[in-house]
Design a protein around this ligand. Structure first.
Ligand SMILES: [Zn+2]
Length: 132
């Protein structure tokens, strides 16, 4: 999949940082950087960097096939609850013994896609199980 390099560069903050939006009006927190609160519509919001840790609320094994990435199947996809109060959907990597509700996870930077075998490689945040 070809990406626009300038667009990817301008949005690098959202690819490499786990950012949440905190609403000063209703106090709720939502995942990813926004200019408007998705709950109350207020524009009085602030962006904060999350700790990168979280807990799995739900998890499932996905067999969704992406061309050129069949070797990574199946993938674990989880709904992760952040201690900041937001929830997000993410892949959980290196989960050799599976993923269960309640597992502690932390964000890691991993390869997301590439243009072709010799093209640019794009990285982004995924989660991995925490070793306690
Ligand atoms: Zn709000």
């Amino acid at each position: 999949m070809k990406h626009s390099i300038p667009i990817y560069w301008r949005s690098r903050s959202s690819h490499y940082r786990l950012e949440v939006t905190k609403c000063r009006t209703c106090g709720r927190v939502s995942f990813f950087r926004r200019k408007v609160c998705p709950y109350c519509g207020s524009r009085d919001v602030e962006v904060a960097t999350a700790t990168g840790r979280g807990r799995v609320a739900l998890a499932t094994k996905s067999y969704f096939r992406v061309e050129g990435e069949e070797e990574y199947l199946p993938r674990w996809v989880a709904l992760v609850e952040l201690p900041e109060g937001a929830r997000l959907l993410s892949e959980v990597v290196d989960a050799f013994d599976g993923v269960n509700s309640g597992d502690e996870v932390e964000a890691v930077l991993r390869r997301v896609s590439s243009d072709d075998p010799y093209g640019l490689i794009y990285y982004g945040l995924k989660f991995t199980k925490r070793v306690l």
